[in-house]
Design a protein around this ligand. Sequence first.
Ligand code: UT7
Length: 335
Amino acid sequence: MFRGGSSASVVVAGTGAYVPEKILTNDDLSKMVETNDEWIRTRTGIRERRIAAPGETSSVMAEKAGRAALERAGVDPSDIGLLVVATISPDQPLPSTACIMQPKLGVVNAMCFDIAAACSGFVYAFDIAAQYVSNGSCGKALVIGVEKMSSIIDWQDRSTCVLFGDGAGAVVLERSSSSGGGVRSSITGADGSFAQMLRIEAGGCAEPVSPEVLERRGQFVKMEGNLVFKHAVRTMTDVAFKAIEEAGLKPSDISCVIPHQANLRIISAVGEKLGIPQERFVVNIDKYGNTTAASIPLALAEADAGGRIKSGDNVLMVAFGAGLTWGANVVRWGL
Ligand code: UT7
């Protein structure tokens, strides 16, 4: 849980995003597995998703989103003291994607690491970075959510391959002496007793990749979709209520909600339970599908660039993901 450690506030100084050029439509998918546009649209809200090119790795996409956020913030890369990359599709198991991209982006004075909290990865990373900036460990932090989900989903499994997409989003956090805006609350949580509900079974030390693993496609994402759906609605609603209360606000004070984009039906259900009208929710799942850790910063950057978020707005980011994990951040924009 975020506790502002000083009189200075932690503000979002800039946002940025990147998506690959290649679009994969629902009709394209219907030629690959037994599915159709109507099923995907009505069950999920997804119409198309982006697919990264072969050499377009997570570090490449993260670098582009990070550069856009730094430029929008007007921050020199060498002033960044912390780079956190949230991803479950890193370039390599070792070293971190943050370290791989660090010299290319020029954030040479930053401590660098990745975190793996799946679809909650960005809200976790945001929480961690806000603490570092708030307590003075660093003046400015770059937080990136990035995924090349196309490299870890099973293109023969229609229950998962229609859901995910590739992309990246980023924010720059910095200390500000103004007391009007900034991070007002941030709450994260997990329940590992549901760890196997959404998983990649092999490729870790429990079961290293082997011909047998490849044969049964154990290196790819597997999900109990129905169960995940129910937990998603409950935990996103609960953590959103807590974060709003912790911020000293009511749901009606929230001008803009950036929900994790897993399923349009999940977003609608969470909106109804919170009593926040749907038009206050930023939704881009139709264009990008579920981009896991990239989903919130990508939607946030698009909303910011499109003028959807105004100075003084209370913005709620709320996510749910494998682990199971969840989290929410409330930020008063600008000022
Ligand atoms: O990012 C965080 C983690 N992810 C999520 O939060 C995702 C949460 N879960 C979901 O969004 C939904 O559960 C899904 C979209 C994954 C599935 O929707 P559902 O309404 O729960 O469908 P279902 O799994 O109950 O499947 C209904 C039917 C099944 O056929 P039968 O058994 O009724 O004959 C499936 O085999 O739909 C079938 N089906 C498909 N049909 C066409 C499953 N996938 C597909 C498909 N195309 N791609």
